[in-house]
Write a protein that binds this ligand. Structure first.
Ligand code: PYC
Length: 412
C-alpha cells in the first residue's frame, strides 16, 4: 500500500479533494444542460475540454447518474444494423477505449466480447446481414456456429434440447462492459475541474422561449438566463421538450434489470438472446447482471415486477440450466424513450437554442462519449457534425428514417 493511501486513510477524507463541487447558481450561463447523466456530463466535459466553453451548468433533478446512466446493464458495443448506426457507435467504442487515460479515472472497461445468439432462421439472416454491414464499416463482427459459441462460453446449452436451440451467433470481440458509475464520475470530475457547474437536486420547471428562441430556464433554484439549452434526459425527453413547445416522437417504456448473488467467474463474454429476451454478463464481483426487453406498456413507473423476474429466470435457465439455485439480490428499472425508428434524436429543433439528445431507447449509455462530443461540437460550431446528421429531428418529416430495430439486444 502506498504512503499516500495510508496517510489518506489515517486523516479521513480531509485530504481528498472532492470529485465535483457545489456552487451557487449563476444568473446566466452560456449553455445549460438538462440532465446530469453520462450524456449531459460528457457534453459539458467536451464543451470545456475541446472548445473552451466553460460557463456551463449541468442541471440534475436527483443526483448525477441517478437516471438511465446508473440503471443500465453497462454493455458497450457497435455491432448495429445500419451503416449510420455502426459508424456512430464505433466512434463511441473508440472513445471508451481511451476514456481511462483521458479522464484519468479507472472506468474498468472490459472488452471481453459480445455474442448475440440466433435461435431462428430469420435471426441467422439478420446476424449475417449485421456482420456484413459491420465489416464494411471496419467493425470486427462475424457469424459463428454453436461449437464456437460453446468454446467462448462454456456451460451454455448448445444442444437441441431447449425450446429454441442456438443456431448461430453474431460474435463482436470489441464489445464488453464497463463500470457505468465511474463513467459518470469521471466526466463530472473533469468537467468540474474545467469550471463547469454541476447543480444536483435542482429541477428544471420551465423553458423560456421568446420570439422562437430560448432566453432562459426556470429552475427550483431560480431563473437562469441562457441562449442554449440541451435536453439530455432519458425518460423525460418529451416532458422537457414540451416546456419549450417542441413535440418529439417519443414513447416512454420501463426497462427492468436485476443482479444475482456473486458466483465464481464462469462467463467471460456478454451473452444476448433476442428470441429469449435476455442479456447477461458477469461483473468483476461475480454477480450476473441481467436484463430483458422493455415492459410491454408505456409508463413512467420504475417499479420492479414479478412478471419480469419470472420470465427472465425462465429464459436464463434455457441458456444456463445449471444456474437454477442462484439467488437474485436486487432488481430495478429505468425509463427508455423510444422513437419510431429505434434511433436517437440529436441536434437542432425548430426553437432556436433548444437542442436535443434524446430518444435513446435501450441504446443510450453506450453512446455517451460520442454523443457528448458531437453535441459539444454542434453547440460550439452551430452546425450539425456529419456523424450525427442522420439522427436529426427533421428526419421524421423528411421520411429519412434510420431503422435500427434489428440491432436491438432483445425484441421490443
Ligand atoms: O443495446 O446492447 C444493448 C442493450 C443492452 C441492454 C439494453 N440494450
Amino acid at each position: 500500500m502506498s504512503f499516500k493511501l495510508i496517510r489518506q486513510a489515517l486523516n479521513g477524507n480531509g485530504m481528498l479533494p472532492r470529485m465535483w463541487r457545489s456552487h451557487p447558481v449563476r444568473d446566466r450561463y452560456d449553455v445549460v444542460i438538462v440532465g446530469g447523466g453520462a450524456h449531459g456530463l460528457a457534453c459539458a466535459y467536451y464543451l470545456a475540454a475541446e472548445h473552451g466553453i466553460t460557463n456551463v451548468a449541468v442541471i440534475e433533478r436527483g443526483y448525477i447518474g441517478s437516471g438511465g446512466s446508473g440503471r443500465n446493464t453497462a454493455i458497450i458495443r457497435s455491432n448495429y444494423l445500419t451503416p449510420e448506426g455502426v459508424r456512430f457507435y464505433d466512434e463511441s467504442v473508440r472513445l471508451y477505449e481511451q476514456m481511462a487515460t483521458e479522464l484519468d479515472f479507472n472506468v474498468m472497461f472490459s472488452q471481453r466480447g459480445h455474442l448475440t445468439l440466433a435461435h431462428t432462421d430469420g435471426a441467422v439472416r439478420t446476424m449475417r446481414r449485421r456482420a456484413e454491414v459491420n465489416k464494411l464499416q471496419g467493425v470486427v463482427s462475424e457469424l459463428i456456429w454453436p461449437d464456437e459459441v460453446e468454446r467462448l462460453c462454456p456451460g451454455i446449452d448448445v444442444s437441441d434440447h431447449p425450446r429454441y436451440p442456438i443456431l448461430a451467433a453474431l460474435y463482436h470481440p470489441p464489445g464488453g462492459i464497463i463500470r457505468h458509475d465511474a463513467v459518470v464520475w469521471g466526466y463530472a470530475h473533469q468537467a468540474d475541474r474545467r469550471g463547469v457547474h454541476i447543480h444536483q437536486q435542482t429541477a428544471v420547471t420551465g423553458i423560456d422561449v421568446r420570439g422562437g428562441s430560448v432566453v432562459g430556464v426556470e429552475t427550483t433554484r431560480g431563473y437562469i438566463r441562457t441562449g442554449t439549452v440541451l435536453n439530455a434526459t432519458a425518460g423525460w425527453g418529451s416532458t422537457i421538450a414540451d416546456m419549450a413547445g417542441v413535440r418529439l416522437p417519443l414513447t416512454t417504456f420501463p426497462l427492468q434489470a436485476c443482479v444475482t448473488e456473486p458466483l465464481k467467474p464462469f462467463l467471460n463474454v456478454v451473452i444476448v438472446s433476442g428470441s429469449l429476451h435476455v442479456y447477461v454478463s458477469q461483473s468483476d464481483r461475480g454477480e450476473l447482471v441481467m436484463g430483458a426487453s422493455v415492459d410491454p406498456y408505456t409508463s413512467y413507473s420504475m417499479d420492479s415486477s414479478l412478471a419480469f423476474m419470472e420470465s427472465i429466470a425462465g429464459h436464463m435457465l434455457e441458456l444456463f440450466p445449471f444456474l437454477s439455485k442462484v439467488r437474485v439480490l436486487r432488481q430495478w428499472a429505468g425509463l427508455c424513450d423510444m422513437t419510431p425508428d429505434y434511433s436517437p434524436v440529436m441536434g437542432f429543433t425548430p426553437v432556436r437554442g433548444f437542442l436535443v439528445d434524446v430518444g435513446w431507447g435501450t441504446y443510450g449509455f453506450k453512446a455517451s462519449p460520442i454523443c457528448g462530443r458531437t453535441m459539444a461540437e454542434l453547440i460550439a460550431g452551430d452546425r450539425t457534425p456529419d456523424l450525427i446528421h442522420p439522427f436529426r429531428l427533421s428526419r421524421f418529416e423528411e421520411f429519412d428514417l434510420v431503422g435500427e430495430k434489428g440491432a436491438a439486444s432483445v425484441g421490443h
